[in-house]
Structure formats: structure tokens, C-alpha cells
Design a protein around this ligand. Structure first.
Ligand SMILES: CC(C)(COP(=O)(O)OP(=O)(O)OC[C@H]1O[C@@H](n2cnc3c(N)ncnc32)[C@H](O)[C@@H]1OP(=O)(O)O)[C@@H](O)C(=O)NCCC(=O)NCCS
Length: 246
């Protein structure tokens, strides 16, 4: 993997990389025995605070994925990465002039964790489990714009969960890229799902051309979306798997 500044510049030039891991491929016991030591004190504290093992399991897998992945792009061991948080909680690498200006974002859901890495461009990623929801229309009214609801309802009933989570992950990837998370006016942000572009961004005058989006079904049960500032990459976004093993 690229570790010199020039190699990293080259590998991430005009693109972003996505790394995935499947927590259930390794037991929580084996995962913690092998990797808990790479987390910092704050991460370890959060790891121990979870009430349920499945939450602890994918939290650990996500943070191990992040640290091992970052170390593929810079000559720093996984346990030595330090992070800071933006005003709405978005984590970023603590400024260090010896490191390339890497940006990242992390997402975890049952059965899948994902991380996007870029060079100096805001990015956000979201993964969600595609599942039927009891009050899908009610939730759609609170988070989707009128044109997004019309798009959703143009699909057959059987296709609604997949379409719902495509749109959900895309919107969430964007609000995570801009760092606002839930504090963004989510229903006022609107996507044209046919062209996969931002119709109304945040603020509403946001430069639509300066974002690119990627949407894919990561597994039969998972939707994955990413948002990144910049031009459309010349080559397709590649998802690589990190094998968590002992
Ligand atoms: C963190 C947040 C942005 C996403 O939450 P989520 O979907 O539960 O969680 P994800 O697994 O996708 O992402 C969590 C990770 O995002 C990162 N994160 C936290 N705050 C963030 C922010 N403001 N911006 C971007 N990333 C953030 C963290 O790395 C976090 O992982 P960690 O807690 O293990 O460190 C959440 O606070 C939020 O605001 N959710 C919005 C939900 C919503 O309205 N969705 C509507 C979509 S239509």
C-alpha cells in the first residue's frame, strides 16, 4: 500500500477509497483479544460502556477498520492515530504537519462497517441494513423532501425498503460529509435520485456541482452511500474488504 506522501497523493488523486469489514466473521472475544489494544483510552471507555455485545462488537470492528485503514495511507501505526471532533461531533485526524491531509468518515450497522478515505476533501459515508419498517411513510415525511417522497412512492410496494434505504443512506452520507449530522435541516435537503445529484443542498445555495455521490448495494442486505466534495472520479469507486482475523 502507498505510504510515501507522493504515493498517497497518487492513489487518492481525484478519488476516494472505501474499506469494508464484516464484524460477524470474527467473534467478539477473538476481535477484542487481537485488536482492543489499538484503540485509545476514549475509544476503550466507549467500548466498555455499551450494554449489549452486538453494539460493542461492531463499534470495535469499525474503529479497528478505521485505524488499520489509515495506517495503509501514512507511516503511523494503528494505535497512534489521534482524533479531534468538529462542532457537531464529526471526527477528524488531529492536525499533524508530518501526515498527509487525509479525511475519513465511518459508519456501522448490523453486519457491516465501512470507512471512506480521501485526500483533503470532505467526505461522508453511511451504511444501513435494508429492512421493512412499520411506519416507513411516517418516517419518510419527517426526513424526505416532497420530491423525494414522490420518487419513493413511484416504486412498487415490494421495492420500497430498498429504495427507502438508498435515499436514506445518500442523505445521511451528505449530512455526515458536511459534518452537521442530525442538526442539518434534513427534509429541506433534496436529491434527484434519477440523476444521483443534489437538487437542494445546505445551505440552499450550496454549489451542487462540487459534490459527487456514490450509491451501491454493498451486500444483499446493506445499502451504502458516500458523498464527497470534488469532481466525479475518472475510475469507479473501489470497495475493498479488510479481513479481521486473529
Ligand atoms: C453520527 C450521526 C451523524 C450518524 O449516526 P448513525 O447513522 O447512527 O451512525 P453511523 O454508523 O452512520 O455513523 C457513526 C459515525 O459517524 C461519525 N460521526 C459522528 N458525528 C458525526 C457528524 N456530525 N458528522 C459526520 N460523522 C459523524 C463517527 O465516527 C460515528 O462513529 P463512532 O460513534 O463509532 O465514532 C448521527 O448523529 C446523526 O445525526 N444521524 C442522523 C440521522 C438522520 O436523521 N438520518 C436521516 C437520513 S435521511
Amino acid at each position: 500500500m502507498p505510504v510515501s506522501e507522493a504515493q498517497v497523493q497518487d492513489a487518492l488523486k481525484d478519488t476516494v477509497h472505501v474499506w469494508l469489514a464484516y464484524p460477524e466473521k470474527i467473534s467478539l472475544e477473538r476481535l477484542s483479544a487481537r485488536y482492543l489494544s489499538v484503540l485509545d483510552a476514549e475509544e476503550k471507555e466507549r467500548f466498555h460502556r455499551f450494554h449489549f455485545d452486538p453494539d460493542r462488537h461492531h463499534y470495535l470492528a469499525a474503529h479497528v477498520l478505521l485505524r488499520l485503514t489509515l495506517s495503509r495511507y501514512a507511516p503511523l501505526p494503528p494505535s497512534e492515530w489521534r482524533f479531534v471532533r468538529g462542532s457537531h461531533g464529526k471526527p477528524a485526524i488531529a492536525p499533524d504537519s508530518n501526515l498527509p491531509p487525509l479525511c475519513f468518515n465511518l459508519s456501522h450497522t448490523k453486519g457491516l462497517v465501512a470507512c471512506v478515505i480521501s485526500l483533503d476533501r470532505e467526505c461522508g459515508i453511511d451504511v444501513e441494513t435494508i429492512r421493512p419498517m412499520r411506519d416507513m411513510q411516517g418516517v419518510a415525511q419527517t426526513v424526505f423532501s416532497p420530491s423525494e417522497i414522490a420518487w419513493l412512492n413511484s416504486h412498487a410496494e415490494a421495492d420500497l425498503p430498498r429504495k427507502f434505504f438508498s435515499l436514506w443512506t445518500l442523505k445521511e452520507a451528505y449530512i455526515k460529509a458536511i459534518g452537521l449530522g442530525f442538526s442539518a435541516p434534513v427534509p429541506k435537503i433534496s436529491f434527484d435520485m434519477t440523476a444521483l445529484r443534489l437538487e437542494i443542498g445546505y445551505p440552499a445555495t450550496h454549489d451542487r456541482a462540487s459534490w459527487f455521490f456514490h450509491l451501491q448495494q454493498a451486500t444483499a442486505m446493506h445499502s451504502l452511500a458516500l458523498a464527497s466534495r470534488g469532481t466525479e472520479p475518472a475510475s469507479p469507486i473501489v470497495c475493498r474488504e479488510l479481513i479481521l482475523s486473529d
